[in-house]
Design a protein around this ligand. Sequence first.
Ligand SMILES: Nc1ncnc2c1ncn2[C@@H]1O[C@H](COP(=O)(O)OP(=O)(O)OP(=O)(O)O)[C@@H](O)[C@H]1O
Length: 778
Amino acid sequence: MATPSPPQRQQEEKQSVSLSKKKNQKRKRTKHDPELERLDSLPWNSSLPNEEEDDTFSLFIGSGDLDGGFLSLEEIDESDYGLDVPGAKKKISNKNSKLKKQKLEEVTEGSREDAEAEPEPEPAEGMAEEKNVKAKKKKKKSKKKKAKAVQQEDESATVIDSKDDEKEQMLYEDEAEAYAEFYAWNELRLHPLLMKSISRLGFKEPTPIQRTCIPAAAHQGKDVIGAAETGSGKTLAFGLPIFQRLLEEREKAANMLEEKGEEAGKYAPKGVLRALIITPTRELTLQVTDHLKEFAKDINVRVVPIVGGMSAEKQERLLKTRPEVIVGTPGRLWELMSGGEKHLVELHSLSFFVLDEADRMVEAGHFRELQSIIEMLPMTSGTTDGQSQNTQNCVTVSSLSRKKRQTLVFSATLALSADFRKKLKRGSLKSKQSTDGLNSIEILSERAGMKPNAAIVDLTNASILAKNLEESFIECREEDKDAYLYYILSIHGEGRTIVFCTSIAALRHISSILRILGVNVSTLHAQMQQRARLKAIDRFRANEHGILVATDVAARGLDIPGVRTVVHYQLPHSAEVYVHRSGRTARASSDGCSIALISPNDSAKFASLCKSFAKESIKHFPLESSYMPEVMKRLSLARQIDKISRKDSQERANKSWLERSAESLELVVENYDSEEERVKNFKQKKASSNHLKKLQQELNGLLSRPLRPKTFSHRYPTAAGVTHLIQHQFEELAKQNGDDNLVLGENKRRKMVVIGQDCVEPLQALRSAGHEVVNLMF
Ligand SMILES: Nc1ncnc2c1ncn2[C@@H]1O[C@H](COP(=O)(O)OP(=O)(O)OP(=O)(O)O)[C@@H](O)[C@H]1O
């Protein structure tokens, strides 16, 4: 290789210095590239649980070096989502000005580079001098030109900058103002897309159970047992951590693909089941699905319900979409899983196993199926070998992916033994065969792989009942319950009301009586077809003063806004069910009231119920007895009509049964009645039909008039015969209007709010006239 001559070497050295300078400058610039800085910061943050257990979480499927961490929110640029989240604009603005600054630096550096550039080879002396002068002039000129350009660009950049900054500042302020309302969510560090849904739904702040459970489940990767009153937002307490994790994984996958060209599916597997949520009833499954879909639609996550009563084709169609999140009831889920349904047995990527309304789940009828489902889950590191018995259909899993599953168990009522954590650690619950009440929540949790470091969040208060719920009762004879129910619904029929019965027979009886009395009710019980059940709920939901007569199938989780009153027509079998029934009202931040109809047979049970909720007193629901004669009259007619109609329909049913049976046996049913008997039957029927018509006419006559005490003047309610409730209302109204005459009923044209004419909802009546009963002694 030829050795370069000294001037040549000098030139090469200079060139190499210049090149390395350029490289350095370039490196320097890239080092400050915010995008690269963001990528550089990708290694996992240390916000992970650092518990003594060696089963630290591995949150993403794939290589161990990446397991065990979360992307922190700071690494997510909201602008990537076209989101306007406070703080995001500032970031963008900084990013823009950085880029501008960099551009300017490049220009300045370019001129500096030019200045330092290699001198041209030296020409002959005379000419050289002339050329030198010319070159110097040219250089000076170009320097000046460049400096001017820089200055101009500088100036225009500053103008643009200041204009942009002003604009951005204004935008930012607007947005900050718009989002200021949702400030309380900031501490939960939720993904911007989730914040978008939260703001769309108008949820100003997280509920206490959300505030406590979301950090544990979403940021610390912990298992959670959560208990809080009915209507306290438990669905999102487990739903948001699921979505948060799926979004973080996507971020991670996108970044790794960009950074290392690694396969995205490794970090955010697609088309596999990531969260399995189990609820006790079909309605609840559909409701939870709908609630979660409100969030899922913004982040392109598929949430699908799996419930009994759904057609096989629809089920298949839904599962074919390979949803990431499935919400289902134990019965149908187990049916499909045991049948080897592909999407449901590929559980190796399952990241969340959720039991909603866990206390109900452990009741008879669900426990065995649920246990079978749990046994099918891949083990987590918290469980020991040999436990999984039903895994023959389950895809083999790596120990890494086993570790990552989180178990979330939620309930409105919860009683864990004091040493539950210890039991989990020892694994001593595994061998227990128990279906007895609440303690089997512990057994299920343990079997589902709950880890000993689980966060246990029990926000139930001593009485467990929702804090905005006002409870009351009416003492009456068993046979008068219908009358009092009718009284409540017709005198106070404001807002939605759910009437709970323990038996389907009672439900049928009261719904029939109420319909005869012209009260439009929907019914819901377990023997109804799925379609009819959903229709009933839809009808109830659609009517702001709707009445739903239901058995305890509707006691749990049903979340229908505007339920103002719950009536316990019959008392439930357990205190838990009472809590859940009453919890259909006074949900989220609303209030509501419950009214229990207590017959002498119910009194001991009711007293012990109150005792178990640590209730020192409970209110008598205020009644205006002057309404009762009219109520009783109507009810008596309705009962007679009901009796005749039932007899008729029973006869028709029997007859058609006889005909059907004969038909199936290819027999001809002959009528052996004598002519005399046939005439007698005919006459009886005719008389019964006439009687029915008469009763109906009489009832219609009564129903066409407003239900009010006789002492009331139809047009002008006066102090005569006015209840203290109405009297109180008059006084309040008069105070508001500053018109004392109103109290005396002299100002006759003014609109008045009068019970029985303009309905007063039960809660209002209870607050203004209900009186406390201390030490319940029936
Ligand atoms: N942070 C929030 N702010 C306001 N409303 C909320 C919030 N979170 C949830 N909600 C609303 O509160 C209602 C009750 O929520 P959810 O059904 O999750 O309660 P729950 O605790 O599961 O009740 P239950 O124990 O009866 O099933 C829902 O309508 C839901 O949309």
